[in-house]
Ligand binder design. Sequence first.
Ligand SMILES: [Zn+2]
Length: 61
Amino acid sequence: MVNIRICPKCKEPSLKSAVNVSGWLAPNMLECTKCGYIGYFYIEIDPEDFQLDQEDPTDDK
Ligand SMILES: [Zn+2]
């Protein structure tokens, strides 16, 4: 199972590898295309947890 990386700022799975000002790929750095966050920190979650989080709990019963 592959974990999802989500942005620590907006909690969206919109992270991609960041490119620095010189145009070089910075493999350890991540950029959020949603809120513009750039940094090394990300939250890694289980895809099942993410789906549970997205669904309305009242829809279950
Ligand atoms: Zn974000």
